[in-house]
Design a protein around this ligand. Sequence first.
Ligand code: NAD
Length: 314
Amino acid sequence: MNKILVLGCAGQIGSDLTLELRKIHGNSNVYASDIRQADKDIMESGPFEMLNVLEVNKVAEVVKKHGITQIYHLAAILSGNAEKKPLPSWDINMKGLLDILEMVKELKVKRLFWPSSIAVFGPSTPVKNTPQQCIMDPNTVYGISKLAGERWIAYYRKRYGVDTRSVRYPGLISYKTEAGGGTTDYAVEIYYEAIKKGTYQCFLEKDTYLPMMFMPDAIKATIQLMETDANKLSIDDSYNVGGMSFCPDDVFKAIKKEMPDFTITYQPDFRQAIANSWPQSIDDSIAQRDWGLNYQYDLDAMTKVMLKEIKKKF
Ligand code: NAD
């Protein structure tokens, strides 16, 4: 039986992933944790611990006390926020990973999930259908920490046999929580603003294509990868996962089909430069081959769900 610990459960991914893991493994077998309280449905459906990944001894106590077999390490500072505070963000993203890797090795935790990001790519990376292996020259503190993290998980796998699974998430879109300070956040905010105000001021140019994925597809992919037999996996750092590729103008048109009066304006900020250094679409054929990655949602299907669910909140 698996006993699971989720670090950083209160964020955009953890809010959905923790509940899905509880459905699969049983509420009492999934320990949620963060440096802040999570949503009511997480706090009330199973155990929760206040845990800071920078205090690894406290994390280790929880792992030992409950006989944790799998850890999902989601605690991080995302791209937009990390640019505002580079060094403290590096500490959380990098020391926060290295300490957990070392603890997983020492305590022989069976499996670790740690997400990477399309931010590992940079201006010299091919932008269309970006391959699994290519030039990677990230120029953001977030991207540099994710690329270094990928090398560290590969190192711990080879040297110590630590089984870390990882995907390079594209921009993730969900209705449950506000986005966590990333460059792809516009694709969440736009739906909220459409419902609240009927108009949205976008911080990226209208034709900025980026790879994106709807949260239910991301959660399904994450769990699928964690459940795959190790002998099927050929990538020792992090798998490309692509989802769909669209630009703000595409989302605007998809929303307009449902809400004809919706309007948009464009005022690019510092995140435009970050977006310009990232791929527009991703080749994820290796993930499809190795562990059966597939997607259910395209832009129109996702837009219908987003608008319906956000309307319920207001
Ligand atoms: P988020 O910012 O919404 O959530 C991160 C959570 O980590 C927050 O609840 C925060 O309180 C917590 N946290 C921060 N510092 C902590 C610390 N020191 N100790 C414990 N918890 C701490 O981020 P998210 O979108 O849920 O992302 C989760 C992971 O997925 C991150 O590694 C992120 O880099 C990666 N990722 C996310 C996206 C995306 O679009 N959301 C894309 C690519 C990769």
